[in-house]
Write a protein that binds this ligand. Structure first.
Ligand SMILES: Cc1cc2nc3c(=O)[nH]c(=O)nc-3n(C[C@H](O)[C@H](O)[C@H](O)COP(=O)(O)OP(=O)(O)OC[C@H]3O[C@@H](n4cnc5c(N)ncnc54)[C@H](O)[C@@H]3O)c2cc1C
Length: 385
């Protein structure tokens, strides 16, 4: 076991920090237009920050998963939108296309994504299928050389500035989880529409998607029925991507609060002189280190294919989602009223990591999965008939 980063990894972190702070952060503004976000994404592509773990044969850099997460975390520290774009264009929905797509699909979707020309959302959740994702009702019926989609998705991120959504839907007809496959749906397809979006706590829009006899060429079927397990095995890398974003935000909050505690004076001393503040800083640092180690373990063990062990991912997720909330909360406390205002970056960081306990499988669902692994048995959550 080696707890040191290699010289190459240290170089990668340094380079990502340098370009993130110097070139990209100045491009980030509070409410960015879709055009500005597209410009940012293209600049990140030019800087070699997209498609980090994706196959070199299709425009990616083919970095190991751990290195990919280190870059995501570093960019997230600079600004959340940078971590978000890096994650979605490396460990995001595109991972399933890179892993299971045909060569034609990889060329059509992975390469332009690595070039910063397109973005791909992921549509799994439905009104009646949240944690119980396999209860999804959106259906795809094959009709000649097209698949016809009908149904609805909700809480889908970044739809307004992406061009495609990877839509999970029922293709088979057994009524079981094994019916579920995935189709790449272009947003300009007739029969596809979306809501105007609902703002979440972190001021990001979450969209409803509507499929009304939405006809997509069969070439856009990524995986037909019978492959839900395969989709989820790639989704575990996506989970690690969003976990590394939480670590980036927690670390940024910790460092901000640490610096503030050395400058803010009360009772004629720096507030870092008070043991109450020192112990908070110590606890934040302990949680941050533990969060990183659990995440790096899951990534380092993912092997050459970059498919992590599901239990190691769930363990990292449960710990990091809680630790990140607590670290960001303590950082706000150290800043006092300043921390609670929008003039300082910590309230937004907190709002953003708060979502991590919900998306990508809630904390409770991940604990269910850890328990099933510990007890070595499948523990059905479904009410018996
Ligand atoms: C910021 C954000 C971004 C998102 N982006 C996307 C996206 O891009 N694409 C997408 O498809 N979805 C996305 N989602 C949706 C997300 O995947 C769902 O919110 C999540 O799966 C939980 O579903 P739900 O919200 O319907 O909660 P529910 O499933 O209704 O759960 C409600 C509560 O019940 C608990 N619960 C449910 N079942 C169990 C059980 N068996 N055991 C114990 N507790 C249980 C849950 O843990 C939770 O506390 C996003 C969500 C957020 C917050």
């Amino acid at each position: 076991m080696d707890f040191q980063f290699s010289a190459g990894q240290l170089e990668l972190i340094k380079a990502a920090k340098e370009v993130g702070e110097r070139k990209l952060k100045p491009m980030v503004t509070e409410s960015m237009s879709v055009e500005a976000l597209h410009g940012l994404r293209r600049t990140m592509a030019e800087q070699g920050l997209l498609g980090l773990n994706l196959p070199a044969a299709h425009g990616g850099l083919e970095l190991p998963l751990l290195d990919t997460l280190l870059v995501t975390q570093t960019l997230q520290k600079c600004a959340p939108i940078l971590g978000g774009i890096c994650h979605r264009s490396s460990t995001g929905a595109v991972g399933a296309i890179a892993e299971y797509g045909t060569d034609e699909q990889r060329e059509k979707f992975v390469r332009p994504l690595c070039n910063g020309e397109i973005g791909i959302s992921i549509g799994i959740t439905e009104p009646e299928a949240g944690s119980a994702a396999t209860a999804m009702k959106t259906r795809g019926e094959i009709d000649g050389n097209e698949i016809v989609l009908n149904g609805r998705k909700q809480f889908v991120s970044f739809v307004n500035y992406n061009q495609y959504t990877l839509v999970y839907c029922r293709i088979g007809s057994t009524g079981r989880a094994s019916d579920i496959g995935a189709v790449i749906v272009p947003h300009d397809t007739p029969g596809f529409s979306h809501s105007n979006g609902t703002l979440n706590m972190a001021d990001e829009l979450l969209f409803e998607l509507y499929f009304d006899d939405c006809r997509v060429p069969v070439e856009n079927i990524l995986i037909d029925g019978g492959a839900f397990g395969k989709l989820i095995s790639v989704y575990n890398a996506e989970r690690l991507g969003s976990i590394s974003r939480m670590i980036g935000s927690a670390e940024a909050s910790y460092e901000y609060a640490l610096a503030y505690s050395k400058e803010r004076r009360q009772f004629n001393r720096e507030i870092s002189d008070f043991q109450g503040i020192q112990w908070m800083l110590a606890e934040m640092r302990v949680k941050l280190d533990a969060a990183k180690l659990l995440t790096y373990r899951a990534a380092a063990n993912a092997g050459a294919k970059g498919l992590p062990n599901p239990t190691e991912v769930s363990i990292a997720k449960v710990f990091v989602a809680k630790a990140a909330k607590e670290i960001c909360d303590d950082a706000i406390q150290i800043l006092g009223a300043n921390g609670y205002t929008r003039e300082y970056p910590l309230a937004h960081r907190y709002a953003e990591v708060r979502g991590g306990s919900i998306y990508g499988g809630t904390m409770q669902i991940h604990k269910n999965m850890i328990a099933a692994a510990i007890l070595e048995r499948k523990i059905s959550q479904w009410k018996a008939d």
